[in-house]
Design a protein around this ligand. Structure first.
Ligand SMILES: Cc1ncc(COP(=O)(O)O)c(C=O)c1O
Length: 366
């Protein structure tokens, strides 16, 4: 007889992670919105130094990292949560806020972990379709807020569609949401968003105790392999609640040391953002030359429809055969054939564009 698992486990969707390749394969990896730039030398040195202390447990309160984040962002340390990646904070927030009878509102397609929160807790997920420009429909989301709503998630810029909405609209949304509803603005890609200064949303925190800005060291800092994220919050309620539902020592010592060091190199981060934005402009232009219409990206990745006449899987396989990994839209909630492609280095992007042109030439649209 097979092991019998809980009803909860049967409900939880598995995370559609990109993968299926050997680490040593020389592939162009544009499937996971990673940074193409390796960690900074100073960050690697900080990790090396921390290795000598690995016989000790990490600081359970992440005090140095929270202090540095507090100095950098001007948010009191008690209002900052740390996580084993920002996903850890999301899942813990779901556990702390949701239960059967409660409701969770988010846009769709959006980040594939959000449905996990409702499935794991038994809460009801209310998904609101993106608008015609693949952006959040905040008015539509507001209409779905009821007395049962505990959590609203806004992904800005949105994964997988790369689009962002202006901060003014988020501020107006917050003004209309009841204060008992926690609003998480998932800002994993905010440094790449040129619509608003990434620090501007922080100014909303004081007036909105229910607001949580979710951020990560995985993307712009290029540390996704270490797993460290954080949340800047309007009050200390959420940081306390997520700490209650997690194991102690949820953020490892190397991740804490690396994140502290990464925060000291703002200029390098800005330089990397500028390089990614330059690639974004160049690549979107080339995609348009191929007859595609990439969404208005404010992230480190692009999103485009392939058109009903193209077979998404065939295009993905063609790219894979040419050593290029991207994500297919159907695995990410798109009802129509689409691709999500991370902006890599210019050489990587060139390899992708050449491969895409070849695949299109080999299998022209029907
Ligand atoms: C929108 C969004 N939020 C959060 C994350 C999670 O990042 P991490 O757990 O690595 O901090 C991702 C990762 O791809 C993401 O796309």
């Amino acid at each position: 007889m097979a092991i019998e698992f809980s009803e909860r486990i049967r409900r939880i969707p598995s995370y559609p992670a990109a993968g299926g390749y050997a680490a040593e394969e020389s592939l162009v990896r544009l499937a996971s919105n990673e940074s193409p730039f390796p960690p900074l030398a100073q960050v690697r040195e900080a990790i090396d130094r921390a290795c000598g202390e690995l016989n000790r447990y990490p600081d359970p309160s992440n005090s140095l990292l929270r202090r540095r984040l507090s100095e950098r962002y001007g948010v009191p340390a008690a209002r900052i949560a740390i996580g084993n990646g920002s996903c850890d904070i999301l899942l813990a927030a779901g556990e702390a806020l949701l239960e059967p009878g409660a409701e969770l509102v988010f846009a769709w397609p959006s980040f594939s972990i959000y449905p996990h929160l409702s499935a794991a807790s038994g809460a009801r997920a209310i998904t609101v379709p993106l608008d015609a420009e693949a952006r959040h429909d905040l008015e539509g989301m507001l209409r779905e807020v009821t007395v049962a709503t505990r959590l609203v998630i806004i992904c800005n810029p949105n994964n997988p569609t790369s689009t962002a909405i202006g901060l003014q609209r988020i501020a107006e949304f917050l003004a209309q949401v009841p204060e008992h509803v926690c609003v998480i603005v998932d800002e994993a890609y905010c440094e790449f968003n040129l619509l608003d200064d990434p620090d501007a949303s922080i100014e909303l925190l004081d007036a909105n105790p229910n607001l949580v800005l979710l951020r990560t060291f995985s993307k712009v800092h290029g540390l996704c392999g270490l797993r460290v994220g954080f949340a800047l919050c309007g009050s200390d309620a959420l940081p306390r609640a997520v700490d209650q539902v997690r194991q102690p020592f949820f953020c490892n010592a190397l991740a804490q040391a690396a994140a502290v060091e990464a925060l000291a190199h703002g200029a390098a981060v800005e330089d990397r953002v500028a390089r990614t934005v330059a690639e974004r402009i160049a690549m979107d232009e080339r995609l348009r030359a191929l007859g595609l219409e990439p969404a208005a990206s404010q992230a480190n990745f692009c999103w485009f429809e392939l058109g009903a006449e193209r077979d998404e899987e065939q295009v993905m396989n063609g790219l894979r055969e040419r050593g290029v990994l991207v994500r297919g839209g159907s695995a990410l909630g798109s009802p129509t054939p689409a691709l999500r492609v991370t902006y890599g280095t210019s050489q990587e992007n060139e390899r992708f564009l050449e491969a895409l042109a070849e695949v299109f030439a080999q299998a022209p649209a029907r």
